[in-house]
Design a binder for this molecule. Sequence first.
Ligand SMILES: Cc1cc2nc3c(=O)[nH]c(=O)nc-3n(C[C@H](O)[C@H](O)[C@H](O)COP(=O)(O)O)c2cc1C
Length: 393
Amino acid sequence: MIRWFTAGESHGQGLMVIMEGLPAGLPITEEYIGAQLARRQRGYGRGGRMLIEQDWAHIMSGVRHGMTLGSPIGMTLENKDWVNWQEAMSVAAVENYSQEGRNKRVTRIRPGHADLPGAMKHGFEDVRNVLERASARETAARVAAGAIAMRLLEEFGIQLHSHVISIGGVWASPKEPIDWEAVEDSPVRCADPEAASRMIAEIDAAREAGDTVGGTVEVIAENVPIGLGSHTQWDRKLDGRLAQALMSINAVKAVSIGPGWDVVNLRGSQVHDVIDPVTDPDRPWQRKTNRAGGTEGGMTDGMPLVARFGIKPIATLRNPLPSVDLDTGEAVQAHFERSDVCQAPPAGVIGEAMVALVLAEAFMEKFGGDSIPETRRNYQGYMKTVGPRKLFQ
Ligand SMILES: Cc1cc2nc3c(=O)[nH]c(=O)nc-3n(C[C@H](O)[C@H](O)[C@H](O)COP(=O)(O)O)c2cc1C
């Protein structure tokens, strides 16, 4: 069973991940993980923090001579900004706290962030105790874990991509098939260059106004075998697990599999994907459409998995909203500290990581194995049985 956890504060010493349940013999390098981390750091609309950080995951355990050992993989990611926060984020109690350190206390609650519920829940007098962990800096650790999950999926031909389909009300109409290299080169990770220019203008206008914009992102996983997940229990349904994983990304407020809300006004005959007669035993169960987004009954259906999510505009505004002070309850302007204007482009990379982690978990549930050759034997054995019963059993 694949399990993983992250730890770490935004301006603490760094982030940590422990991931276990991977088979032995999976080739993995820090460079491979670093390439995914670099993708998360790019994107038009990011704030100054990304100029400071150059994320790198140091593998501390679970890998030897470039191969997983089957033991827990431990990774640490340094926060380069820590040097500026050693007093304010000190692990040990601080005597003679400097004025600069005291200034880092936050009491002007930001509507839309974790500040108010987090402070009430834990009895904090400093909102920094909440925001340091609620910050999306934590998603760098998820991307590191997700990169390992992707490496596993790649061994079995599964590929993940993502692209931005809206920012600030500007919608893309990308040409099919999507040119994934062009998406990687696009500053907003959008496959429609004309819409991308308007998205950039929208981000600039929001920045100019001291405001922020959200957007919509699509993650696609190709070549996923049929039958991952399960119809038999609520918490094993793959669509439900994907929804939880994607909704857990900071600021995500909507998730759909396939077109989601678009199907509610249509008739069944316009929504479901007709199955073609099987003519090629190596490619059974083809469909001309994929409106289901790759799942039926909580299981993958052999078509590409397509998940979308909607991300709200960032809550930290340079032109702050009216709010209240945690100490006094009196009216103040909400706290502002260095912040992104739009996080939709990097959110795609985080979405890919979360989808990869869910798929890798489901893949190992289905195929098991303590080494890659064992997992491969199980996978190949199953794939031989996937076809019309009378032909392939
Ligand atoms: C990649 C990414 C970057 C983010 N950057 C910021 C930021 O700079 N400032 C901010 O206030 N929120 C940012 N957020 C959103 C907050 O982390 C999020 O709104 C907050 O944790 C509250 O959680 P909720 O929006 O899910 O309710 C970012 C989110 C993502 C995915």
